[in-house]
Design a protein around this ligand. Sequence first.
Ligand SMILES: NC(=O)c1ccc[n+]([C@@H]2O[C@H](COP(=O)([O-])OP(=O)(O)OC[C@H]3O[C@@H](n4cnc5c(N)ncnc54)[C@H](OP(=O)(O)O)[C@@H]3O)[C@@H](O)[C@H]2O)c1
Length: 333
Amino acid sequence: MLTLGVVGTNWITQQFVEAAAASEEYQLTSTYSRHEDTGQAFADKNGGQVFTDFDQFLRDGNAQVIYIASPNSLHAKQALAAINADKQVIVEKPLVSNPQEFAQIKAALAAHPDVRLFEAARQIHQPNFRAIRKQIAAMETLNGAMLTYMKYSSRYDDVLAGKDPNVFTTTYSGGALQDLGVYVVYDAVAWFGKPNRVHYYATPIRTGADGKGVAVFGYDNFDVTLNFGKTTNSYLPSEVYGLKDTIVMDNAAELNSVIYHAADGSTKKLSEEPDDNPMLAEVRDFAEVINNPKDPDNARHYQTWFHLSEIVNGVLYDLRRKASLVFPADSQD
Ligand SMILES: NC(=O)c1ccc[n+]([C@@H]2O[C@H](COP(=O)([O-])OP(=O)(O)OC[C@H]3O[C@@H](n4cnc5c(N)ncnc54)[C@H](OP(=O)(O)O)[C@@H]3O)[C@@H](O)[C@H]2O)c1
């Protein structure tokens, strides 16, 4: 059983600890919260000790694995502290705000070779994601894709009411690209590779962050269009194009239903029923690697995920630069 400490007490941390418990691989031992009462309310529900001092949490929290679900701009600093404390680290997406932070994390990992660090890009661990990748590999011709993930955020109500919730601010490295665009960037990079060129047509909101946007990735023989946002709802399916064949998914991030339409017009269901908790597949994968890091398959999977994370975070930065979106985190070293 891996002992687990968590950072942040919002609903995503609750979902994560429920997935961790369902996997029967982790035991929650500690929670870091800025506020004793918030931390205690979380601990009353889930167990473990509460810490309001981050260094003490790392030192005395009796956790082998640290899950970080704080606002994006804090990820790198907290992950570095956890690596330096020789913890195994799971960080919510997006792992970093910019390539400088990624380089710092790589350097820290090199100095702590027994530490594994995972970006919690939940959908890439799901069987339906792998089924799409397998079908793409089997298609004779690839002709592009149109991938959509656009969901109205209840926190946009706050923006409209004149407030500045973290996820909609550049201060906390927020915005549509970082929050939801990251899922479809993961799709595109995992399925088609690193794009040769990228463009991002962002729709800015009052706070200076992007509320929604369209990105276009250029590859040798096709383009991929990404459509994402947090200021409206889209019900569009997403598609990967072959020549006469097409993969259709209900939603490019949630991947609940995936159908392959063959050239002859016949259809084949690629998806299986998803887990009730969408984080279950990733927590199982992470536990497998942490428990058996030297197993050749695990070592290969870890390298693949880490490499993918580096490309995705680099592409997010390139997209942001194309749209002249600057974060305060960019000017810190
Ligand atoms: N994988 C997924 O499906 C998924 C879904 C949602 C979010 N996420 C990711 O999870 C992370 C957290 O997102 P969120 O929407 O939950 O963020 P959030 O509500 O802004 O903050 C998350 C937690 O961090 C702490 N926090 C808030 N503001 C802070 C500040 N100024 N300084 C230090 N700590 C602060 C709070 O915990 P305390 O009050 O207890 O300190 C809060 O519960 C993000 O990286 C996001 O991308 C992932």
